[in-house]
Design a protein around this ligand. Structure first.
Ligand SMILES: [Zn+2]
Length: 255
């Protein structure tokens, strides 16, 4: 199927179509078993929300290393016990252990429809290690999707977030306001702004992201694997755009 054939209201511009045609050609040279997509984007760019949507719509597994760590620790696997002791010392989990956990997860049968890597790899070293391990298993990354949004827009978005301290419901004063000012819709408790959502904390996290992870965008661009998406658009618009791109990834996977 031609990715640009269906003209939806938000069909890609001529410029995007050219970029997509180029990306598609390079995808076609790969022999990926199923779509393996890397979502790159700063915290608050909405990539987790979209990964969840691809899971619901296309049964892609949403693979986040945070969840993997928690799962292994809960199940007390050998890897989990190692990670637990490392985290207890306040140290960072080494890349080889993280990559091992990710690659092991890909052996589970539910990944047959594809995977969205959400927040991993974070560094160029992790990316290189991941690609090497995938090579050994004759698997590969289909594409990297870069969620583009400025720091100011993220700060504005996240600092409008309010959380219910009682049931953890999340609201956003701009995009998803509670019915009554500053009160939880479910239980009426006064909503709070979490420490994580304070502007100075967000700025620090963004700084770490720009330093560590942004070089990955160039890394994937150089390999002709990068697709940009405008992450300032609404959740529905971004979802529609990804839905439109999916045949391109799946076509390749089955060819
Ligand atoms: Zn509540």
């Amino acid at each position: 199927m031609q990715a640009g054939a269906r003209r939806k209201p938000d069909a890609p511009s001529a410029k995007t179509s050219t970029a997509m045609a180029k990306v598609k050609r390079s995808f076609n040279n790969r022999t990926c078993e199923a779509p393996y997509l890397i979502f790159l984007g700063p915290p608050g760019s909405g990539k987790g929300t979209q990964a969840e949507k691809l899971h619901q719509s296309f049964r892609l597994v949403q693979l986040s290393t945070g969840n993997l760590f928690r799962e292994h620790i809960k199940n007390e696997t050998p890897l989990g016990l190692k990670v637990k002791s490392i985290l207890a010392k306040g140290e960072l989990v080494p890349d080889d252990l993280t990559v091992q956990m990710v690659v092991d997860r890909l052996d589970k049968p539910d990944t047959i429809m594809g995977v969205v890597f959400d927040g991993f790899p974070r560094t160029r070293d992790q990316a290189l290690a991941l690609h090497q391990r995938l090579d050994e298993k004759a698997k590969c990354i289909t594409a990297a999707v870069s969620f583009r949004i400025t720091d100011d827009e993220i700060v504005e978005r996240l600092s409008a977030r309010r959380t219910c301290p009682k049931d953890n419901s999340v609201f956003n004063l701009k995009s998803n306001p509670p019915r009554e000012n500053d009160k939880c819709d479910l239980c009426g408790t006064t909503l709070l702004r979490r420490d994580d959502d304070m502007p100075e904390v967000i700025r620090h996290r963004l700084q770490v992201y720009r330093q560590q992870t942004e070089p990955l965008i160039e890394f994937y661009r150089e390999q002709d694997m990068l697709i940009d998406i405008d992450a300032t658009r609404s959740i529905q618009e971004i979802e529609a755009q990804l839905d439109e791109w999916m045949p391109m990834f799946i076509y390749n996977a089955n060819s």
